[in-house]
Design a protein around this ligand. Sequence first.
Ligand SMILES: [Zn+2]
Ligand SMILES: [Zn+2]
Length: 334
Amino acid sequence: MKSANLAHSADRHGILWHIAVMLRQWFDSDYRPPGWQGDDKLTDGIDWRRCIPFIVLHLGCLSVLWVGFSWAALVAALLLYAVRMFAITAFYHRYFSHRSYRTSRWMQFLFAVLGNTSCQRGALWWASVHRHHHQHSDETPDVHSPRMRGFLWSHIGWLTSPKNFPTDYSRIRDLEKFPELVFLNRHDQLVPILYAALLWYAGAWMEKHVPGLGTNGPQMFVWGFFISTVILLHATFFINSLAHVFGSRRFKTDDDSRNNLFLALLTLGEGWHNNHHRYAGSARQGFFWWEIDISYYVLKLLSWTGLIWDLKVVPASVYREAQQLKLSAGRNPA
Ligand SMILES: [Zn+2]
Ligand SMILES: [Zn+2]
């Protein structure tokens, strides 16, 4: 989800230079041209060049008018939404950003690849931005705070800002020591392109070998890539926007984070955002059995297979705090 981000030097270079750098950065997000003034000089605002990928993705959904509908394509889109939402919540968020459990180097690589199919850039960029969010939640430096910059900015505007484009490696020293993760992060278009090509191929294969399904390459591509990905993007972005605006607040955190059942169902557990801001190090975000957290259930299953281990739990002190807040709310109803 990116394009060039060189607005700060727009006065010194021609449009061709900008296009060349933009294309180069599409294939290597860590590329900096000769004479680069430094990432700290990047501007903070909406850059139309970085809007292009979002516009293309949304317009791509309209091609459903040409490729049509089939149950196979719809089921594929829903399944791919669920798998990739799990990859974002359980891998990009709970593993790479918060290290709330442990796994092997091979699995870690697989997690980064699966998360990358969501078109939300590389795991290292994602984790670096997210750690920054927890450090400055709803304060001035927070890159996606509805309190500070409004709902639309927190939802999608911040992603188009040149300032938020680079990966801040100083925040992910624990991850940058793995060259395979750095490679994926730099070349973060590689996996989405492969994913899209695979969908097209799978659809073409089905058309030939299982014609009864009524699907084909272009249809599987439109439903599995454009439609599924756009819904996935907005559902993820809701955690930055809606989950800081609508819902209940169990804990009196310094930010505006909320617990929201609808968002928890939509994002497989991320909607318990107030819980999460109170204690981010836990592998579960639904702190109680009635707070549905599908990502946590799957992580628990994975831990029984031995593929992941050391799932971090919510400390007893946090549960006591929740209990005390509930009791005091009962004594002093609002
Ligand atoms: Zn938050
Ligand atoms: Zn978090």
